[in-house]
Design a protein around this ligand. Structure first.
Ligand SMILES: Nc1nc2c(ncn2[C@@H]2O[C@H](COP(=O)(O)OP(=O)(O)OP(=O)(O)O)[C@@H](O)[C@H]2O)c(=O)[nH]1
Ligand SMILES: [Mg+2]
Length: 326
């Protein structure tokens, strides 16, 4: 067996190193916390030290990996089953399982939920979404994902719970019905609505708004084939109060959602609107996105009812959902 020792600041980083150097069949043999650096035992940095090994090529067959599975504790097996059922891509699954293996060796998880909690905490990038008193939110994303409905929910919350003034701009002029849909919400909420027919008009309208919250509805596009207009990208880049939120359905396949997100300039996306939580039984897409991207979750929608079906989960709530809690 080829055995190596890895030292990293976090379990996640150790897992990455192990997989890079030893491959996906690596087995964790020992995990402990160590202090590195410092002077005379002071000011050291807490690190994770992991000993991992891999059988030689002649032994790397299915029997060996099955034997490895049999050696797993019941707790790890249960956690692995949960991770498998999430429906994440193979790459993410392997990394999560490796992290779970390390978390288990660290020995402070007694239940499946605790072990999963350690695993997700070590692996996911959970950033808080920064709310500002005054901001323009441009909502973009694939067709039918729930952009317009979510905008209505966001407007209602801002008006009735936060006492903010709201205005709408629709940049979705491809279909008459789309403009009418937002107009109906504007009418019910009694807030102004403006229509932009091209990027220049949109930018002009955005820069002239005085409401606390300006919500911009964009046309659903097939982002697998099209890209955001360059003028709009430049405007968002230059404006301090204008933010881009990308709406993605949690019911979409994990890899499709990630691919869709990759069509937007990464540094431009300030937050994710994750829709249709009610339409999926597994949270693989949520897990995949939080694993791969350091983009805050702005809100999650949970049904068709306006304005009720929306929530603003914090880090702990996201972790609870992923470990199977509510
Ligand atoms: N189940 C469920 N349905 C939702 C949710 N959010 C929106 N919808 C429904 O999804 C459908 C499309 O919603 P829209 O808000 O029109 O979606 P859109 O992204 O604006 O669509 P386009 O403008 O055509 O790209 C509607 O029937 C909504 O009621 C949600 O969280 N759960
Ligand atoms: Mg729409």
């Amino acid at each position: 067996m080829n055995v190596k020792r890895f030292v990293a600041p976090t379990l996640e980083e150790a897992a990455k190193d192990i997989r890079k150097q030893l491959g996906k069949d690596a087995v964790i043999l020992h995990v402990k916390e160590v202090m590195t650096g410092g002077l005379f035992g002071f000011f050291g940095k807490k690190q994770v030290q992991v000993t991992a090994g891999i059988d030689g090529p002649s032994h790397r067959n299915s029997n060996v990996s099955r034997e490895g599975d049999d050696k797993q504790s019941p707790l790890l097996k249960e956690a692995n089953r949960h991770l498998q059922q999430l429906g994440v891509s193979n790459r993410v699954l392997k990394n999560l399982q490796l992290t779970a293996q390390m978390a288990e060796k660290q020995g402070d998880a007694r239940t499946k939920e605790e072990l999963l909690m350690h695993t997700f905490r070590a692996s996911l990038q959970l950033q808080p979404f920064a709310q500002k008193r005054q901001q323009t939110l441009i909502v973009a994303g694939p067709t039918g994902v729930g952009k317009t409905t979510t905008i209505a929910k966001l407007a209602a919350k801002a008006m009735f719970e936060e006492n903010k003034t709201v205005s709408f701009i629709t940049f979705d002029t491809y279909r008459i019905a789309a403009v009418e849909q937002l107009k109906t919400y504007a009418h019910i909420l009694d807030c102004p609505i403006y229509t932009a027919y091209n990027e220049a008009e949109l930018i002009d309208l955005c820069s002239r708004q005085t409401a606390d919250l300006v919500l911009v509805d964009t046309a659903g596009r097939n982002y697998l084939h099209e890209q955001m207009p360059v003028e709009l990208i430049n405007y968002i880049r230059q404006s301090a109060s204008c933010h881009l939120l990308v709406a993605l359905s949690l019911a979409a396949k994990a890899e499709d959602a990630r691919h869709m997100l990759s069509r937007f300039p990464k540094e431009l996306v300030n937050g994710l609107i994750l829709t249709k939580l009610d339409e999926t039984a597994s949270l693989g897409t949520l897990c995949e996105l939080l694993y791969s991207e350091a983009i805050p979750v702005a809100c999650v929608t949970t049904g068709q009812n306006v304005p009720e079906d929306i929530c603003w989960p914090d880090k702990e709530q996201l972790l609870k959902w992923l470990t199977g809690g509510v």
